[in-house]
Design a protein around this ligand. Structure first.
Ligand SMILES: Nc1ncnc2c1ncn2[C@@H]1O[C@H](COP(=O)(O)OP(=O)(O)O)[C@@H](O)[C@H]1O
Ligand SMILES: [Mg+2]
Length: 368
């Protein structure tokens, strides 16, 4: 999938912008604060109807304006037009001029894999950040997963509320709790199986990409879950064992809502032992693995966005990453420093200079 055209109106620091992109590589450079991340954020919003930044949609609208608009055109075997208008009351999403009624049913036709410096949170933060990232990755591939995620969290809430009620009222009647537990387990198993499958697929590639970037073998992503290796009956009896503890604290201790992930190298956890650079490279390897999974599952390459990836990486690793790019994958690279692309000439690309919300196309290079 390739994004050929983008138009912004009142989007962050852009008043009005129209730009045609190169099908292979787009290099977007400019000073800090000039609007590079804003530009790739607009592409992300177009694809997924929301930002990757932890902000409300309202901050996407240019200061002092009441609405913003993002429009774009993608091309694979056919052309698709997207449009999103965001104002204080919500958003209006259209594909080929047809309104998308339910945003929760919106499966992206414009799949995207994005690296942003904030992604380091994937290693540094709490398990809930990792689960969130995992959930976004899997839902981009499988909308059913998103549905089960909401079933699960609904039952979890009900179960926790009922545990509290039992504790307060000294009820001993377990029949309703058992119904909730059984539901929780069956939705939980569904989510667990999907997560495991996805992580297994990541592991088919992540070691390969990490080695390509750093020369070091043996990186893996580990899935830590209460549900690992247990079937339904084993799980139900485990919930029974935890019953007293669950009752005392009024919450459910076991389940996929406590799942976690970690990158390991020779069974050492990256969170504890990895340097910042190693952590970054592990995340990049994860993103490249995601691209391969998209290709396998959806039979189409996503758009790749590498936002500010190249700051703080040494020349060799930068170049190793650039060698991983592929003509089939349309890639957007933002950078403050243009002097970092020795192997770039093997690709076709366009170069754009951003300054204070304006964009200047500085030339096209076609592949040698
Ligand atoms: N809603 C908004 N309205 C106007 N300007 C905004 C808005 N949101 C962010 N900005 C401006 O965008 C700039 C940051 O752009 P960004 O794309 O993050 O920069 P960088 O090029 O460093 O990635 C800042 O100057 C900020 O003030
Ligand atoms: Mg930025």
């Amino acid at each position: 999938m390739k994004l050929t055209f983008l138009k912004l109106v009142n989007f962050r620091n852009y008043l009005n912008l129209e730009v045609s992109f190169h099908p292979n590589l787009n290099i977007i450079y400019g000073k800090n604060g000039s609007g590079k991340t804003n530009l790739v954020e607009a592409i992300y919003v177009l694809a997924l109807t929301r930002s990757f930044r932890i902000v409300g949609d309202k901050t996407l609208v240019k200061d002092g304006e009441s609405l913003c608009k993002v429009e774009g055109t993608s091309l694979d075997s056919f052309r698709t037009n997207y449009s999103i208008i965001i104002n204080k009351d919500g958003k209006n999403v259209k594909i080929n001029n047809n309104k998308v009624a339910k945003l929760s049913d919106y499966v992206s036709k414009l799949p995207i894999v994005l690296f942003n410096p904030d992604d380091l949170r994937f290693i540094k933060d709490t398990p809930s950040t990792r689960r969130k990232t995992l959930n976004i990755s899997i839902s981009e591939l499988d909308l059913e997963y998103l549905r089960y995620l909401s079933y699960y969290s609904k039952v979890l809430k009900q179960r926790n509320a009922y545990l509290k009620q039992m504790f307060i009222n000294h009820t001993k009647d377990l029949s309703y709790l058992n119904i909730l537990t059984e539901k929780l387990v069956s939705y939980g198993i569904y989510l667990h199986v999907r997560r495991k499958k996805f992580i297994d697929m990541i592991n088919e590639y992540v070691g390969y990409f990490y080695e390509k970037i750093t020369g070091v073998k043996g990186v893996k992503l580990e899935y830590l879950s209460d549900y690992n290796n247990l079937d339904r009956d084993a799980l139900l009896s485990l919930y029974n064992k935890y019953l007293d503890k669950d009752l005392t604290f009024g919450k459910t201790h076991l389940g996929v809502h406590t799942d976690d992930l970690r990158f390991v190298l020779n069974s050492k956890d990256f969170k504890k032992y990895g340097s910042e650079g190693q952590q970054k490279n592990a995340i990049i390897a994860y993103k490249f693995s995601e691209i391969e999974i998209f290709k396998k599952v959806k039979d189409s390459y996503p758009i790749l966005i590498l936002d500010d990836l190249f700051s703080e990486l040494d020349k060799e690793k930068k170049d190793n990453i650039l060698k991983l790019l592929d003509d089939n994958i349309q890639t957007f690279i933002t950078t403050t420093d243009l002097d970092l692309f020795p192997s770039i000439n093997q690709y076709g690309y366009k170069k754009f200079k951003i300054s204070d919300g304006s964009i200047i196309e500085e030339g096209v290079h076609e592949r040698r």
